[in-house]
Design a protein around this ligand. Structure first.
Ligand code: GDP
Ligand code: MN
Length: 380
């Protein structure tokens, strides 16, 4: 389950982590009022369930209470990666000297939480992870002991953080691991962990994901769920009995069956693409369902192309192909679609696609490579 920054910061505070204060507003007038209470300058931050708010224009400063109102007015209602901003967090602007990254993620390969530490924190951490992964130090945590503070300090030291950060930062990292474990989190990160000009180390941002399977025992966090606001499309899909999950890339993915869909996600990643979302249409879909699925997936503005991967059993290839052809007439012109059909009706389905001038993949890998290539070609 996703939670907002202000909620994640509440958890961190509970674990004794120094966090910049803040209050939530839903109107520009409230934002101005909060800015008066805290005193200026303030930072005004969009509260939406996606990262990269800074780069998307969802983090702004107010030098006066009036300016806080103006920027809050600009951020509220803004669309960030397909989500509408309904709330902003306002707090005193932190006088940041340096930005670091610390995080804990549940790592399936290690079957354990893995701590990540980098002296190169801030909005470009994704690029750091991709281009200079050696700048991110990783450490597998034994859940029996957690991470003692001395070990946390050692990690920060080895990540190249200055001495002024190590004592305070070590205590913060140890507390972050405790918060992660006790909250049944799958991710807990502070980016930036800020060194202020007066030598304080504080969490200027916080992101925590709670394991859905733990919600029955994490009762307080379970009450924080906002299904509709979190993602209107996910909410609508659930109401229609479809399994739809929003992700962060550009490829819309439709498949039948959880295993096949997961494999398709991996295949797209392997082909160098990133899934924007996925929709599992389950078994026995007819052309009309297929058409609906394509239109549904394409409503996510991040979708630049759609990959349909169907293993025909009860679901027939011709029905799938007909659905895709119907959908294509209503989709934005030029939206790349690649289908991979296998099993019942695959020959008939492919023939229909070929007649309609649509692309198909000979197998899953080929289909994934084709959609990634078509999207890349379109982007040029
Ligand atoms: P994100 O982009 O969604 O991760 O949002 P963040 O809260 O991390 O903000 C993005 C960037 O804005 C940070 O890396 C900082 O550079 C900057 N920023 C955010 N809050 C403050 C603040 O209080 N003071 C200063 N000086 N910069 C801030
Ligand atoms: Mn951040």
């Amino acid at each position: 389950m996703k939670i907002h920054e202000y909620q994640a910061k509440d958890i961190l505070r509970h674990y004794g982590i120094p966090v910049s204060p803040g209050k939530v507003a839903t109107t520009p007038e409230q934002a101005e009022q909060i800015a008066r209470e805290f005193g200026v300058p303030v930072v005004v931050k969009a509260q939406v369930y996606v990262g990269g708010r800074g780069k998307a224009g969802g983090v702004k400063f107010g030098e006066t209470p009036e300016q806080a109102r103006t920027v809050a007015g600009r951020i509220l209602g803004m669309d960030i990666k397909g989500l509408t901003v309904e709330k902003v967090l306002i707090g005193p602007k932190v006088d940041i000297q340096e930005e670091y990254y610390i995080g804990v993620v549940l790592d399936r390969a290690s079957q354990a939480p893995v701590v990540m530490v980098s002296a190169a924190g801030g909005v470009d951490i994704e690029e750091v992870a991709e281009q200079t992964p050696e700048k991110i130090l990783k450490y597998v945590v034994d859940v029996r002991w957690g991470l003692p503070a001395f070990q946390a300090r050692d990690l920060l030291e080895r990540a190249g953080m200055p001495h002024i950060v190590i004592a305070q930062g070590g205590a913060i990292l140890a507390a972050l691991v405790r918060a992660f474990l006790e909250s049944d989190a799958t991710l807990a990160e502070i980016n930036p962990l800020a060194l202020t000009r007066d030598g304080q180390v504080i969490a200027a941002d916080a992101k925590i994901l709670i394991d859905d399977n733990a919600l029955p025992r994490q009762k307080e966090y379970a009450t924080w769920a906002e299904p509709e606001e979190a993602n209107p499309l996910e909410f609508e899909a659930k109401a229609e009995g479809l399994t739809y999950v929003k992700l962060d890339g550009s490829v819309g993915i439709i498949g039948n069956g959880a295993g096949l869909v997961m494999t398709t996600l991996d295949m797209v990643a392997r082909a160098g693409g990133q899934p924007a979302n996925f929709l599992d249409i389950g078994g026995g879909a007819k052309a009309e369902t297929m058409k609906k699925a394509l239109l549904f997936v394409s409503r996510d503005p991040q979708v630049k192309g759609i990959l349909v991967n169907i293993f025909g059993g009860i679901t027939r290839g011709e029905e799938v192909a007909r659905g895709i052809i119907l959908a294509q007439q209503e989709l934005p012109p030029g939206m790349p679609i690649v289908a991979r059909l296998s099993g019942t009706g695959e020959v008939e389905g492919r023939a229909l696609l070929a007649d309609a001038g649509l692309t198909w993949g000979t197998d899953m890998r080929d289909a994934a490579q084709k959609i990634v290539a078509e999207i890349a070609a379109k982007g040029k």
